[in-house]
Design a protein around this ligand. Structure first.
Ligand SMILES: Nc1ncnc2c1ncn2[C@@H]1O[C@H](COP(=O)(O)OP(=O)(O)OP(=O)(O)O)[C@@H](O)[C@H]1O
Ligand SMILES: [Mg+2]
Length: 339
């Protein structure tokens, strides 16, 4: 799989995307329940950041907040999301609509929900161009054809005439990526783009995303609950737990020195080919319910290292050096520490 050389990225230059203090709550039965709290990260040009965590931890809500596509019951509690220096969260809706597609686009897990079943694919891709640009039909048509060819779909002219249900899952996901690329945005948010696909097709889509990223210098936020997909694809990983980022590091550092007890637990619960031991160790306990977060660390009730401090004070994401940050009062690989 093609890899961007992380050394050629310039972390010292301003990142393409800078998210800070992002918070989102949902109104449920008269109560406001936080789903994402104080989430922050950066994404350089050409870089891939994987956002990893269990179901319900806030990955999709984070991406939807950046796209400004949260459902009406959601409320933005605060934060900034600067794309090339402009805070998306503060933009008037009209300005945001222009940027959606042109500067950032999202690829969803289930392309069927993104395409309208009653229109041919060509019409939907053309519409996506016309929403942004006043171009002639031949210009738009050529762009659609080029985009379908760029994602490796054979016979783009034939695809243009087809309805979404006439394509296989993998082809639909390619068409979805082609639609995201139509206006040549610099940032693509991929929300579990391969989860609904079988393993062979999944690998092909990952390869396609890596190639497009490397050819076009795309920044990718790659959301997955599957840690196994991350190595060899992402440059850095942010691990989310119960609405917060608990650890962020390069893939190499995260795999060799996971430092948050939750990350360590995640690795222990992933089946591995190497190592031979093969025993899966699920993390005991359950995620605290939204709206019922403890005052201290949200992972305290499941943590083998929990100490009094952990129950009293929420740990902040602190830099361990080398761009490896962890939100834990007692970080490190020694999982037997009891505090
Ligand atoms: N429309 C909504 N109304 C109320 N709560 C919601 C809504 N959408 C999401 N949530 C809550 O916000 C939390 C985060 O949801 P989110 O969809 O971001 O999780 P996720 O990490 O993407 O999970 P998954 O891996 O299952 O996709 C969840 O606990 C969910 O219950
Ligand atoms: Mg999700």
């Amino acid at each position: 799989m093609p890899q961007t050389d992380y050394a050629t990225l310039t972390p010292s230059s301003p990142p393409r995307l800078r998210v800070e203090g992002l918070g989102v709550a949902f109104r449920v039965g008269g109560r406001e329940i936080p789903a994402v709290e104080d989430v922050g990260f950066t994404l350089a040009t050409g870089e891939t950041l994987a956002l990893v965590g269990e179901s319900g931890c806030g990955k999709s809500v984070t991406a939807l907040a950046l796209m400004r596509l949260l459902p009406p019951s959601a409320r933005l509690l605060g934060g900034i999301a600067e794309l090339s220096g402009v805070d998306l969260l503060g933009l008037p809706e009209k300005e945001m609509r222009r940027r959606r597609g042109q500067e950032l686009a999202m690829v969803f897990q289930e392309p069927m929900t993104s395409f309208d079943p009653v229109y041919r694919l060509g019409e939907q891709l053309l519409e996506a161009i016309y929403a942004h640009e006043d171009v002639s039909y031949p210009v738009a048509y050529n762009r659609v054809e080029e985009s379908l060819a760029a994602v490796g779909l054979p016979d783009p002219a034939g695809i243009i005439r087809r309805y979404p249900h006439e394509l296989s899952g993998g082809m639909k996901q390619r068409a979805m990526i082609a639609m995201a690329l139509l206006e040549n945005p610099g940032l693509i948010l991929c929300d579990e783009p391969t989860t609904a696909l079988d393993v062979t097709i999944q690998a092909q889509i990952m390869e396609l995303l890596a190639r497009l990223r490397d050819e076009r210098g795309l920044s990718l936020l790659f959301i997955t609950h599957n840690l196994g997909l991350v190595a060899g694809f992402a440059h850095r990983v942010a691990v989310m737990y119960a609405g917060s980022i608990v650890e962020v590091a390069t893939v190499e550092d995260l795999y060799s020195q996971p430092s948050h007890p939750y990350t360590i637990g995640l690795f222990a619960s992933v089946p591995r080919l190497e190592g031979g031991k093969g025993r899966l160790v699920p993390i005991p306990g359950v995620v605290p319910p939204l709206g019922d977060f403890p005052p201290g660390c949200k992972f305290a009730n499941r943590c083998r290292r929990v100490a009094q401090l952990c129950r009293e004070k929420r740990p902040e994401l602190a830099d361990l050096g080398n761009t490896h940050a962890v939100a834990c009062h007692f970080p490190g690989g020694d999982d037997d520490r009891t505090g």
